[in-house]
Design a protein around this ligand. Structure first.
Ligand SMILES: *[C@@H]1O[C@H](CO)[C@@H](O)[C@H](O)[C@H]1NC(C)=O
Length: 247
């Protein structure tokens, strides 16, 4: 058999191998004492993942396979979800407003703790990831790169910021308990909190008494738009990720 012939015989397997290597996975685990409904949103006009929302019982895990190795987007966890008498699905926190368990291209309505990702293919650079509380907090969350040689470390917001949320930022559930905590930007929409207008550059937008509450609780997470760069983490391109609720 000549070399060219054996190449064409092998081609389908080579394509399969390449495809297998070019996708990442996002694995979700729920360590909270309550059910969480994760949501996913692709950024920058790219296609949505194979799942944009699902139910994750206490202690359960679920993996989204075939995440493109050039994917960028965010994931979050919805709480207090239920289907009402008219079959509409809604959540007390981080709802995406779709009326369904799947979000289908809709993002979390803040406040929502976010895990954000920007992927590059293996061997071409680094994956970037962070936990963001810029739009507020609803539940503890962490992101951990996995896979051979990922070389990155976990970034986490393990604290329950709801328990220290000042009243002017608090979102309360029907039973009066604090279910989420707005960022000061979200609550007051003022330039010094949102880093807009005359506060629109990193050197002109220092931390505030409100952003410091979030930073004290979760030092690894972004607490406001121009938080220091230490909140961005990197791992080898092509890493898989584990997202844990209530790590
Ligand atoms: C933060 O500072 C503002 C403006 O000085 C003040 O009105 C507010 O009470 C302070 N809040 C907290 C939680 O310290």
């Amino acid at each position: 058999m000549d070399a060219r012939r054996s190449f064409y015989l092998l081609l389908p397997f080579l394509v399969l191998l390449a495809r297998g290597a070019s996708a990442a996975t996002l694995k979700f685990t729920n360590k909270c004492t309550y059910t969480v409904w994760p949501g996913t949103l692709t950024g920058g006009g790219g296609g949505q993942l194979s799942s944009t929302g699902f139910e994750l019982a206490q202690g359960a895990s679920f993996t989204i396979d075939n995440v493109p190795d050039t994917w960028s987007g965010r994931v979050w966890g919805r709480t207090g979800c239920a289907t009402d008498a008219s079959s509409k699905f809604t959540c007390t926190t981080a709802d995406c407003g779709s009326g369904q368990v799947t979000c289908n291209g809709a993002g979390a309505i803040p406040p929502a703790s976010l895990a954000e990702f920007t992927f590059v293919p293996a061997g071409t650079g680094q994956d970037f990831y962070d936990i963001s509380l810029v739009d507020g907090f609803n539940l503890p969350i962490s992101a951990t790169p996995e896979g051979i040689g990922s070389g990155g470390s976990t970034t986490s917001c393990p604290a329950n910021i709801n328990s220290v949320c000042p009243p002017e930022l608090a979102v309360k559930g029907s039973d009066g308990s604090v279910v989420a905590c707005k960022s000061a930007c979200l609550a007051f929409n003022e330039p010094q909190y949102c880093c807009t207008g005359e506060y629109g550059t990193p050197d002109k937008c220092p931390p505030t008494n409100y952003s410091k509450i979030f930073k004290d609780q979760c030092p690894q997470a972004y607490s406001y738009a121009y938080d220091d760069k230490s909140s961005t983490f990197t791992s080898a391109g092509g890493s898989d990720f584990l997202i844990t609720f209530c790590p």
